[in-house]
Design a protein. Structure first.
Length: 392
């Protein structure tokens, strides 16, 4: 019973992880007018949040080793809740940058800590479904904001409600903290874990190959999601409203794909799910390249979204098997950090390349990222199967 109750709390936590991730973009058109901020400022705010997330991901294993997963989760969610509440009361754009620090730091620590905890203690299906629930949170955030804006209310009320939901989760985590005892991979079980520095974790056999997979995954998913609508309008001549619906279908493909992957993981091992998802991404990128109607290109983006669905959860769940349960926390922090880095810089890199060439570069950019990810994953599996090691 306690195990089931704890799992429910973790599912709620993953919804909470998704809630703040998409509200800044959805509310920015009114936030910038209210605070007299330039349109471009949102990009720098997002980078500030990402920087905090990367830093806290890198230190997450040490925090968990000292405090335990439960305390790290409670503190991290409290930080994000406080930051979101601060957004609701911000009077100047500069104040948002101060709030971006705790928002990013809180998000990175809880993300790495919970992913490692689930990888150690639960089956692959739960990792897929938990990330599906993250998608529920990421979808609910803009819907909550849209409700207030559509009814003539301030964006501040939207942030306030989402902050209240985060504080409610903090209370639930605090009340249920006893459920973590005996299963916590941190302070309660120090004898079974090793605290590695990031340098030591990076020097472990095959870690670099795994990191290549994570950074290429993020480049693929984030770039496809951000540029799909622009590509469909600029290259395929699609109406903006129609292109926006296909972009929504891209994210719908991720959410539905993770739901289905949870069931598939009952019959298929993680490497098979990773490989299958990557091959579907290849198919989607190739479909974008072919001289077919615009609807075929739109379907290509949906296939890429559907293909990425099982990859990230399966790679995360593989961490203890690939590197050992006793050091998985340190490796998990590295993986989350490079994933955020890839997501932060991969899409702007394409934008820079497209400005020098053409938007038609997008399918080739995505295909290159997927093929590098596929090659790294296959080489890693071959080395693990043969007991081989890398040497750098």
């Amino acid at each position: 019973m306690d195990v089931t109750a704890l799992l429910v709390i973790i599912y709620l936590a993953f919804i909470s992880l998704g809630l703040p991730d998409s509200i800044l973009g959805s509310a920015w058109p009114v936030i910038r007018l209210d605070l007299s901020a330039p349109v471009s400022l949102v990009g720098y705010l997002a980078m500030a949040v990402s920087a905090g997330t990367v830093v806290s991901s890198l230190f997450s294993s040490r925090l968990v080793a000292r405090l335990g997963t439960a305390k790290v989760t409670i503190i991290s969610v409290f930080m994000t809740a406080a930051a979101l509440l601060g957004f609701a009361f911000a009077k100047q754009a500069a104040f948002l940058f101060l709030l971006a620090i705790p928002l990013g730091l809180g998000a990175g620590s809880v993300d790495a800590a919970l992913n490692n905890f689930v990888a150690l203690h639960y089956k692959s299906m739960h990792m897929n479904w938990l990330h599906c629930f993250w998608g529920v949170g990421a979808t609910a955030g803009p819907m909550i904001m849209s409700f207030f804006l559509a009814n003539g209310r301030s964006w501040r009320m939207g942030y306030g409600v989402i902050a209240a939901l985060q504080f409610a989760l903090v209370a639930a985590l605090w009340v249920s903290r006893g459920l973590w005892q005996g299963r916590d991979s941190g302070a309660q079980s120090e004898q079974s874990t090793r605290t590695l520095s990031n340098r030591e974790a990076l020097q472990m056999p095959n870690v670099k190959l795994a990191l290549v997979g994570f950074i290429c995954f993020s480049i693929t998913e984030i770039t496809a999601g951000l540029w799909s609508s622009t590509y469909l309008v600029g290259v395929e001549g699609m109406a903006p409203a129609v292109a926006a619906r296909w972009t929504a279908a891209f994210y719908g493909g991720i959410t539905i794909g993770r739901l289905l992957s949870g069931f598939l993981s009952m019959r298929l091992a993680n490497p098979a799910l990773i490989r299958g998802g990557q091959l579907v991404c290849v198919l989607g990128a190739v479909l974008l390249m072919l001289p077919l109607p615009a609807s075929a290109s739109a379907l290509g983006f949906v296939l890429i979204g559907f293909g990425t669905a099982p990859i990230f959860p399966a790679m995360l769940h593989e961490t203890p098997r690939r590197f050992g349960a006793e050091v998985s926390g340190a490796v998990m922090g590295l993986q989350m950090a490079v994933a955020y880095t890839g997501g932060t810089f991969g899409s702007p890199l394409f934008g820079a390349l497209a400005s020098l060439t053409s938007l038609r570069l997008l399918p080739y950019y995505l295909l290159a990222a997927v093929l590098v990810m596929l090659a790294a994953s296959e080489l890693l599996e071959r080395r693990l199967a043969g007991g081989g090691k890398d040497h750098g």
